[in-house]
Design a protein around this ligand. Sequence first.
Ligand code: MG
Length: 336
Amino acid sequence: MRLRKILLDHGGGGKASHDLIKETFLPQFNNPFLMELDDSAVFKVGKARLAFSTDSYVVEPIFFPGGDIGSLAIYGTINDLAMRGARPLYLSVGFIIEEGFDLSDLERILSSMKDAANKSQVLVVTGDTKVVSKGSVDKLFINTSGIGIIETNINISGQNAQIGDKVIISGTIGDHGIAVLSQREGLELEYPLKSDSAPLNKLVFEMLEASSNIHALRDPTRGGIGTSLNEIAVQSHVGIRIFEETIPIKEEVVGACELLGLDPLYVANEGKLLAFVDPHDVNKVLDKMRANEYGGEAQVIGEVVADHKGKVAMVTRIGGTRIVDMLTGDQLPRIC
Ligand code: MG
């Protein structure tokens, strides 16, 4: 009999994570809000439509170029709320801290969280702290949960991509994963890379001002755009075709991926979004995105098609077509 143990793969955000959720978690908590499998749950309380999301952060190292575990924990939950079209309002923050952790490092992380919350215009309104004995966790882990409000009738969900929609990426892929990994492995990059960790709520707000025909949004974090596109293809029962030569990526990221044997399609982003937009509104949305500090390099990278439902195909630079599967194996543990 196969040993039934949790493996690193189960936390990688790819195929094994999805299988674990489907086979082990969903049977216990089956309800229509959870079954949407979106970045946040959306429900009504009185007349208000609210979005609610939670995420835990275990990134290693806790300080990396362009951010730290604290700002990442704030922006990650902000972004999951924004991906349903919600305006983030209130966050909770929970810490699990290893005995012996440096108090000045904790203060540095808290100060970074305060700045991140201010920048995103949210309040941390409740929290929790646990300390465990040395070796029981590595330094510190953070959980954030958040509530946002959806103020219009929009219905943005990974289930709503439509055949004909254009697929937009808000900027270069793989920056976060490679920045964290190069810090962790002590890689000397010719041009040091920074994580793209950033709050996307204002960008989404401006996109929604430009168009009421944005059907789906997703922040391609763990598992990269390869995994996020697969999720949406499955959720919406559509095919997705992307064009390799249109995908924005920094030279340094291409180089580091070659060196490390990684496929940039599966490398994590923390300040990027994928948008599925009605083709008539695509230029309006792109204009708004490119005027925002976090969307300057926004590009159309593909389209939603009627063929190969539930799958993602990529037209390569040399003109061939290959299927892009969901990430199998955890290529980068503890990346967020
Ligand atoms: Mg997300």
